[in-house]
Design a binder for this molecule. Structure first.
Ligand code: AVJ
Ligand code: FE
Length: 461
């Protein structure tokens, strides 16, 4: 690649690493040592574990692998190995103190920026082998920052995070409730995106029939109707494991909702407020999303349906990087980067709409899909099997293990707490179908009804 491109790549990666570190600092410097070492939920690590784990992974992949330098703190590998110790057991680990963790991540960063400055990124091989590691590490830190943001949401006590509210609804005219995606093939996944992680690869053609998709994510108001209609008491809407789980756990609505004197309130980063009816519903598990869809006479979209709606440009037949095109996310496109601490109302961000008119596919809330997290045909683990491969059903842990009810389900699109480096229309997230602490909502889909929806069965091109 030309020298100017090489320097642009280097600058982009350096900026991404810097932005991730600013955010990590902001999420940890706002709490005292007691709060940083406490476990706010058995679902989460102490925040100081995430902090030093970020540094340990950066040391492994940038200092040792990309830089080929000797290990700085090899004795920390065991403490910060996510697979060795489940989150619930991490408080018992001999962790670095907050100040030791800060000094460690600073030292690693000093080394990794030096390595980045010297990387010969001018041939394709170095670029893909080593430049990729820096891009991966920046995404890794941002993913943990979003996890730390979820820990902040679970934490009790006075609010410490603040942000302005997101923009309102995009227009005065009501949007159509759903959009039609015509049948036909589209390119799913990518070979070319330098930021794409192993599970987004390779690009492959997928043929889909036509389907209708919600224009925007399902709102709190719509979800409240499901709750009020006795949705949690009617087994007809639930998968059998979901019904069993909801009853065992005593769920009556989304996590962080509570009913007080007939009013439904929600806790949001330490503030109690009325549930915002127009906002996408947040903190529901896959079983709740699936049950709502069945109650509404609909279904969750498959992962392929979500991605086609978010990328396929019927005019050119190409798959784009983002719903609005290949341009990077700007403030007008999507609610990302923790600029706000909540989703924007359904229908916001008209500039970020996909060709079909679907809105808010990126940002606001992660969207549950009906699909299990599996490998694309031709998948190759890169650079390590523990990023994706161990979570696939054929290679992963027994789907029936201790906490696990079912396999990992795919979420798409990113939330208000996702950074743009870890968000694109090919990006795949996954979690167990019982998880609700992540910033997850959903939208629904349906098949066309031949008599009522006289639509062309295929994309006419
Ligand atoms: C992609 C969000 C499911 O947090 O388990 C962080 C990201 N992988 N460190 C996770 C990840 C290793 C991963 N998710
Ligand atoms: Fe990690």
């Amino acid at each position: 690649p030309p020298a100017a491109d090489v320097e642009r790549t280097r600058d982009a990666v350096r900026a991404a690493l810097g932005r991730a570190r600013d955010r990590t600092r902001a999420l940890t410097d706002c709490l005292d040592d007691e709060q940083l070492t406490a476990q706010h939920s058995p679902l989460m690590s102490p925040l100081v574990w995430d902090l030093a784990h970020i540094g340990n992974q950066e040391e492994i992949w940038l200092v040792r692998a990309a830089g080929d330098r000797p290990a700085l703190r090899p004795e920390l590998d065991a403490v910060y190995d996510a697979f060795r110790t489940p989150r619930a057991d991490r408080p018992a680990l001999a962790m670095l103190s907050p100040d030791e963790a800060r000094a460690f991540v600073d030292e690693v960063r000093r080394l990794s920026l030096g390595i980045l400055a010297d990387l010969p990124l001018d041939d394709e091989d170095t670029l893909t082998a080593h430049g990729f590691l820096h891009a991966m590490v920046a995404q890794h830190e941002q993913q943990h920052d979003e996890t730390m943001l979820a820990t902040h949401q679970l934490r009790r006590g006075e609010p410490v995070l603040h942000a302005p509210p997101p923009p309102g609804e995009g227009s005065d005219e009501p949007l159509p409730a759903e959009v039609l995606v015509l049948g036909g093939p589209f390119t799913m996944g990518t070979d070319a995106d330098p930021w794409a992680l192993d599970n987004e690869r390779p690009a492959h053609l997928v043929e889909l029939g036509p389907y209708w998709l919600d224009t925007a994510p399902v709102t709190c108001g719509a979800y409240q109707e499901f709750v009020d209609a006795g949705g949690y008491d009617d087994p007809r809407w639930w998968q059998p494991e979901g019904w069993a789980y909801v009853h065992r756990a005593g769920l009556r609505g989304p996590l962080f909702w509570r009913v007080e004197e007939g009013r439904t309130l929600r806790r949001s980063f330490g503030r109690l407020e009325p549930v915002a009816q127009a906002e996408p519903v947040l903190h529901v598990c896959w079983y709740e999303a699936d049950a709502y869809a069945r109650w509404a006479g609909r279904r969750l979209p498959t992962e392929a349906e979500w991605e086609k709606a978010a990328r396929h440009d019927p005019a050119s037949g190409r798959s784009r990087r983002h719903p609005w095109g290949d341009e990077p996310p700007r403030e007008r496109h999507a609610n990302l980067n923790q600029r706000h601490l909540r989703p924007a109302p359904a229908g916001a961000y008209p500039a970020g709409a996909a060709p079909t008119g679907a809105r808010q596919l990126l940002g606001d809330v992660w969207e549950w899909t009906s699909s299990d997290f599996t490998a694309y045909p031709g998948f190759r683990a890169h650079p390590y099997a523990e990023y994706s491969e161990v979570f696939f059903p054929s290679t992963g842990p027994d789907p029936g293990r201790s906490d696990g009810v079912g396999r990992y389900k795919v979420l798409r699109g990113g939330s208000f707490g996702t950074d743009e480096v870890a968000c694109r229309a090919t990006f795949r997230n996954w979690d167990l179908p019982i998880r609700r602490q992540i910033f997850a909502g959903f939208r629904t889909a349906r098949d066309p009804v031949p008599a009522r929806d006289p639509v062309p069965a295929r994309d006419p091109r």
